[in-house]
Write a protein of this length. Structure first.
Lengths: 257, 326
């Protein structure tokens, strides 16, 4: 499996460079929405500018690290019928998607981290104050968040076996997630009811939770519950994905050709 | 590897709905279906190493049947065994011994050179380095791939791409090969090349091949045996030659004589074409010797040519006269 992954990663790497412009847009474009939101909040609470700067920069990082686009790919491949070639090959197509995620996110890290380190020298607000345990939890929370977002997106994509244009439905979830994941505002600024609800939805664990660990907004017991929530959602989505995959293959119409 | 198909059925529930954003969401809650019987009680078997042509007009059910054989579609009922495997069980061993090429779909990764897809397939199918190199060399030579391997797939012409598709599908040396319209859209010259390649490959590797095609040329050149399917039902399974004799009980007799007299040709046969110095008649098969002799007796014959009716005509008849065939 390791050798297969090395080959898939290499191929995705080559492919990424075939889409130079799109890749640059993917890296840079991701920053626009959080930066605009940041400026809005800094204008509302000027005295807390520094914490917003740190929150939204962390958000850019976490959002990209957990970003998932698989639903669009699956939607297209199932609708156009090219997904058939994934099914007849003796390897689960999910590995192609995982390899692609690793390559794109690796590139983003490679670009963003050096820039962050350099800029943080001049802008103290960008320096996170984390101890080693926090760093460790931050990384694990990002990995779990990436897993939840990926599985959620892939599971939605598999609905393409039943529904054409499944990405429209995903769009609705994305809109909901803007609030509950902490992308519009830190969750602590949401009404208490929404904060309460966010604990039971997957969206907080996708983005908000890792950021809160890094900013120190979540501590003690709440961190444990956060990881529990993440783990539950990962297991749940894995189960649903397995079920949908088997049911989807039966439903598959292998269109075209 | 042999193929066994018994009483195969496939019904599709076709989702009836209007296109659009709102309807995509609405269709989550309320759906309307129409059942289409794409394949109805089809049975046949194919021996190892055989090339069989799968014929039928558009929408006849041949591609659906082939997709069930490749494990892509779940049969509604009936039994399929390909090389001892049940295709839909999706066993890795099954997938490693078969391959599917769809003329209308590409397995090559679109924006990077074909070689990248080959390397991915090498890893996925767990092909040994030496076997891979040997197979690739052989395919490169047979299909003249050398200049194509390093160019992005999207920059290849349709014919060049199809050659690479065939190579990608054959790298793991499948025992069973499903070819769905492999020559569609290709020019005559490239069609011929692809045909020659398939014939040679089958001869040398004893691969079992099931082929669908719209081009009679493909089927006539490659397949001794054809399976004809229309409206989801099997109409004919047997030799191509036998079918022609059964459906078109005549041959075409082309005779060259210095001048073609104005006369009734009824006692010879049915006139297809009269030209200066040439006449083509449709003659009952059993009357061919008699009519030929009559020509030689009564005219100064320069040339006499007996031809089978064109295969297109045979197949068109087969589709029309379902009752005659079976």
């Amino acid at each position: 499996m390791f050798r297969k992954y090395m080959v898939l990663l290499r191929m995705k790497y080559v492919e990424m460079f075939a889409y130079q412009l799109a890749t640059i847009v993917w890296v840079v474009g991701a920053m626009i929405q959080p930066l605009i939101t940041m400026i809005v909040w800094m204008n509302i609470y000027p005295q807390e500018s520094d914490s917003f700067v740190l929150y939204f920069t962390l958000l850019i990082l976490v959002e990209r690290m957990t970003s998932a686009w698989d639903v669009w790919e699956l939607d297209r491949e199932i609708r156009e019928g090219t997904f058939s070639y994934h099914i007849v090959r003796p390897m689960h197509p999910i590995h192609w998607a995982i390899a692609e995620n690793i390559i794109y996110k690796g590139l983003f890290l490679a670009v963003l981290l050096p820039i962050w380190i350099i800029v943080a020298f001049f802008v103290p607000a960008l320096q996170p104050h984390m101890d080693w345990a926090q760093w460790g939890m931050f990384v694990v929370a990002i990995l779990l968040g990436a897993a939840i977002r990926f599985l959620f997106s892939y599971t939605c994509g598999l609905l393409g076996f039943w529904v054409t244009k499944v990405s429209a439905i995903y769009g609705v979830f994305e809109a909901v997630s803007l609030f509950f994941s902490g992308r519009i505002a830190p969750l602590s600024l949401l009404p208490p009811v929404m904060q309460e609800i966010s604990l039971y939805l997957p969206f907080r664990y996708m983005i908000g939770f890792p950021v809160e660990i890094a900013t120190g907004a979540v501590t003690g017991e709440a961190v444990g519950f956060g990881f529990l929530g993440s783990a539950v959602w990962v297991s749940l989505l894995l189960m649903v994905l397995g079920l949908l995959w088997r049911a989807g293959l039966k439903k598959n119409q292998a269109v075209g050709g | 590897m042999s193929i066994q198909v018994n009483h195969l059925n496939k019904h599709f529930q076709v989702h009836v709905r209007q296109a659009g954003w709102a309807d995509a969401v609405r269709s989550l809650f309320k759906r309307e279906y129409k059942v289409v019987e794409a394949v109805k009680d089809v049975s046949f078997s194919i021996q190892p190493g055989e090339i069989v042509g799968f014929l039928g007009p558009n929408g006849a059910g041949k591609t659906t049947t082939m997709k069930m054989l490749a494990g892509l579609l779940h049969p509604t009922s009936g039994e399929i065994k390909v090389g001892g495997y049940v295709p839909f069980e999706q066993k890795a061993d099954f997938k490693k011994m078969m391959s599917l090429v769809m003329g209308q779909k590409s397995q090559l990764i679109w924006d990077i050179p074909p070689m990248e897809t080959f390397l991915v397939n090498k890893a996925i199918y767990e092909i040994d380095d030496s076997v891979f190199r040997h197979t690739l060399d052989e395919l490169t030579e047979l299909l003249e791939l050398e200049p194509l391997l390093t160019r992005p797939t999207r920059n290849l012409s349709l014919g060049q791409r199809m050659k690479c598709e065939l190579a990608a599908a054959l790298l793991h040396r499948p025992k069973v090969l499903f070819l769905d319209e492999p020559t569609i859209g290709l020019d005559v010259h490239t069609q011929e090349k692809v045909r020659q390649f398939i014939a040679k490959y089958n001869r040398e590797h004893k691969t079992t091949i099931l082929l669908t095609s719209h081009y009679m040329g493909d089927v006539a050149a490659l397949c001794d045996r054809v399976i004809i399917i229309n409206h989801g039902k099997l109409l004919y399974d047997g030799g191509l030659q036998v079918l022609a004799e059964k459906l078109t009980p005549y041959k075409l007799l082309e005779v060259r004589i210095p001048t073609v007299p104005q006369m009734s040709w009824d006692e010879y046969g049915e006139v297809v074409e009269i030209d200066e110095g040439k006449i083509i008649l449709r003659v009952q098969r059993d009357r061919i010797p008699e009519v030929s002799a009559k020509f030689l007796q009564n005219f100064e014959v320069h040339d006499l040519n007996i031809q089978d009716p064109p295969m297109e005509e045979v197949i068109t008849l087969a589709f029309q006269e379902e009752s005659h065939v079976s």
